[in-house]
Design a protein around this ligand. Structure first.
Ligand code: IDP
Ligand code: MG
Length: 169
C-alpha cells in the first residue's frame, strides 16, 4: 500500500552536515520525496509534534533539542516521503529510537549518540504508523506544499488574514 511518512532531519543531523548522507541512504528505499522545506521550530510545533511524550521526564529537553537550542542550529529539515510501505521502510532505515541499540548500519546507529544529559540525539525523526504520519504531516505542511493529494482537503475563503508577501522591487 502506498503511504506518506514524515521525515525530519533533526538539528544534530544538520549541524553534523549529514543531510547528503541521509538523503543518499533514503534513496535506497526507492520512495519519492513529495515535500521538503527548512523549518524554524516554534515551542508550540515541537510540543505538538511530541505530544505523546508530554509526561516523560525528558520532555522539556526533547523540546529544546528539536528546536535546535542544543546545537546552535535553530532549524530542522522536514520532508514527506511517499510510496509502497513507506512508513516501515523508513523506520527500518532509521533504526531503533535509542542510538546505542540501533543497528550500526542504520542512520541512528551510524550517526546518533546519547548525550551526557541522557538525550537521545538520534539524527532523524520518522513517522511510526499511518495515524501518526497523517497527524504529523498535517502539523508540518500545508496541503499546497505537498505535490500530491496526501489527504482530503477543502477550500476556504479567508478574509482579514494577515500574511507577509514579497515587497515590490
Ligand atoms: P521514535 O523517534 O523512534 O519514534 P519516540 O518514542 O516517539 O521514538 O520518541 C521521540 C524522540 O524522543 C526520540 O526520537 C528521542 O529523540 C527521544 N526519546 C525517546 N525516548 C527517550 C528516552 O528514553 N530518553 C531520552 N530521549 C528519548
Ligand atoms: Mg515516535
Amino acid at each position: 500500500m502506498n503511504q506518506n511518512s514524515l521525515i525530519l532531519i533533526k538539528p544534530d543531523g544538520l549541524v553534523k552536515s549529514l543531510t547528503g548522507n541521509i538523503l543518499t541512504r533514503m534513496s535506497e528505499t526507492k520512495l519519492e520525496i513529495v515535500a521538503a522545506k527548512i523549518v524554524r521550530v516554534s515551542p508550540e510545533l515541537a510540543k505538538a509534534h511530541y505530544q505523546h511524550l508530554a509526561d516523560k521526564p525528558f520532555f522539556d529537553e526533547l523540546i529544546t533539542y528539536l528546536q535546535g537550542q542544543l546545537h546552535d542550529r535553530r532549524k530542522v529539515m522536514a520532508m514527506v516521503y511517499w510510496g509502497e510501505d513507506a512508513i516501515n521502510k523508513v523506520r527500518a532505515l532509521a533504526g531503533a529510537t535509542n542510538p546505542e541499540e540501533a543497528e550500526p548500519t542504520s542512520i541512528r546507529g551510524a550517526y546518533g549518540r546519547i548525550t551526557s544529559k541522557g538525550i537521545y540525539e538520534n539524527v532523524i525523526h520518522a513517522s511510526s504508523d499511518a495515524i501518526e504520519a497523517e497527524r504529523e504531516i498535517k502539523l508540518w505542511f500545508e496541503p499546497d506544499e505537498i505535490i500530491l493529494d496526501a489527504f482530503p482537503t477543502k477550500t476556504e475563503t479567508l478574509n482579514d488574514v494577515k500574511k507577509r508577501v514579497w515587497a515590490k522591487a
